[in-house]
Write a protein that binds this ligand. Structure first.
Ligand SMILES: Nc1ncnc2c1ncn2[C@@H]1O[C@H](COP(=O)(O)OP(=O)(O)OP(=O)(O)O)[C@@H](O)[C@H]1O
Ligand SMILES: [Mg+2]
Length: 262
């Protein structure tokens, strides 16, 4: 199972990714969680101990590795470098593991204008394609808003993309935008998850205003999520009601992705 989680800033992408990571890991699956946000914070949301996170460097910041694999210094544009650098050993060498979850941080690539081809972006693209196409575990990618950064190859190789929304007009407008961008790159398995839902009205609002996307379920609003965030604990441990809701979401996802009987 390969999932990408996206949505407007602050809606709860990282929180949902962390809940699903624990659910799949506790269910006995091997989980690779990828923090694809340029300001990584999935490790903290997973409640990884600070010592474990200290050992984690975003791949985009590994200058020596980028040079060794692409033959060019990061931050350089143009020039000659390998377009198919070796990446297969990177997930196991540069990730950290905690409670059955392997975490990898991609880091930020400085944009050199649209269509940037720089060594670090080539390495990251190759790495993401490799992970999505060749790795057998459950892969959860915590993205940042939008799908522009998702190439066609990535879109083809994720089983589904989840757009997280809040019961408000702005995050639903972002979901509509994501839907349109996803359509442009041929991604059709796009679903909504509501978060910070406080009432049946909130739930109904999201369902009524979905831009034509199936809603997998809703996570309740709870102060426990914020307290866990402040304390560096995982929502999975702090908020059982979120865990239950995330379990229902994972089950809906399984249903919609199950091959229809012939
Ligand atoms: N269901 C919830 N109830 C209450 N607070 C929540 C809930 N879900 C998330 N939060 C809080 O909202 C904030 C943003 O959540 P999170 O970091 O998961 O969002 P995000 O979409 O990943 O944000 P960003 O766009 O910055 O990456 C955090 O402080 C988190 O604890
Ligand atoms: Mg986030």
């Amino acid at each position: 199972m390969k999932l990408a989680i996206t949505g407007k800033g602050g809606v709860g992408k990282t929180t949902l990714t962390s809940l699903l990571a624990y659910l799949y890991a506790k269910g006995g699956q091997t989980v690779l969680a990828i923090d694809a946000d340029p300001s990584p914070c999935l490790g903290a949301a997973l409640g990884f101990p600070p010592e474990a996170l200290k050992g984690l460097t975003p791949i985009a910041e590994m200058e020596e590795l980028i040079y060794e694999r692409t033959g060019a210094q990061p931050g350089t544009f143009g020039g000659y470098f390998k377009l198919n650098p070796r990446v297969d050993d990177i997930p196991d060498r540069f990730a950290v593991k905690h409670r059955g979850i392997t975490l990898l941080e991609l880091g930020a690539v400085e944009k050199g204008g649209s269509g940037c081809i720089c060594p670090e972006s080539v390495l990251l693209k190759q790495l993401v394609s490799h992970i999505l196409l060749r790795r057998g575990e459950v892969v959860l990618m915590d993205m940042y808003a939008g799908v522009e950064h998702l190439g066609r190859a990535t879109a083809d190789s994720v089983d589904a993309m989840i757009a997280v929304v809040e019961p408000g007009a702005r995050s639903l407008a972002t979901a509509a935008q994501i839907k349109s961008l996803a359509g442009d790159i041929g991604l059709t398995k796009l679903y909504l998850v509501g978060n910070k839902v406080r009432s049946d009205e909130d739930r109904a609002y999201i369902e009524a205003h979905s831009p034509g996307l199936p809603v997998l379920g809703h996570l309740p609003y709870t102060l426990k999520a914020q307290e866990a965030d402040r304390a560096g604990n995982a929502a999975y441990d702090a908020a059982p009601e979120m865990v239950e809701a995330a379990r229902a979401i994972a089950q809906s996802l399984e249903k919609v992705l199950a091959p229809s009987p012939a």
